[in-house]
Design a protein around this ligand. Structure first.
Ligand code: CA
Length: 172
């Protein structure tokens, strides 16, 4: 099961994200500060598939968390989700090593689609790495299995996706 770490100190928003991510079939853990998020990620090597990271957190901020991860050669996909939406904030986030940046308030389906995009790219990278290590006749099987991983939501119509969470289209 795809596992997401949500780093968010506003309990209400954290629980909203947990609820909606679980509804999409993700396993979710929530932590409310930067230090514990960093510790969790560095100690649980490979157990999480992506991080949704707030910036303004007690103690270490989200930018420091992502730059510390990258310094430690941890390349887990990181989506920054923050009220800080000024251009200089966005640039600082990408400069620190984030993979995507979304400012609050946000549309839930857009957030979910961007997270899915990060996960899909990572899965492609992983499967192409696995693929290079396999004999040629095994490669086709593996490609087929990886193509099946993200089928349902992508085949849903855009209006179905936007209507699937009518109470939460503006979120945060
Ligand atoms: Ca915050």
């Amino acid at each position: 099961m795809t596992k997401v770490l949500v780093v968010e100190d506003e309990a209400h928003l954290a629980e909203g994200l947990r609820f909606n991510l679980q509804a999409e079939g993700y396993a979710v853990e929530v932590t409310g500060d930067g230090e514990s998020a960093l510790k969790r990620l560095l100690e649980s090597n490979g157990r999480f598939d992506a991080v949704v990271l707030d910036v303004m957190l007690p103690g270490m901020d989200g930018f420091e968390v992502v730059s510390s991860l990258r310094k430690a050669k941890n390349f887990i996909p990181v989506l920054i989700l923050t009220a800080r939406g000024r251009p200089e904030d966005v640039l600082e986030g990408f400069g620190a090593g984030a993979d995507d940046y979304l400012s609050k308030p946000f549309q839930l389906p857009i957030f979910l689609a961007r997270l899915q995009g990060l996960l899909r790219r990572n899965e492609w990278l992983r499967s192409s790495k696995r693929l290079r290590q396999k004999p040629r006749r095994k490669r086709r099987q593996i490609l087929r299995a990886s193509a099946k991983r993200f089928p349902s939501r992508e085949r849903q119509s855009i209006s179905a996706r936007l209507n699937s969470a009518p109470n939460a289209t503006r979120f945060g």
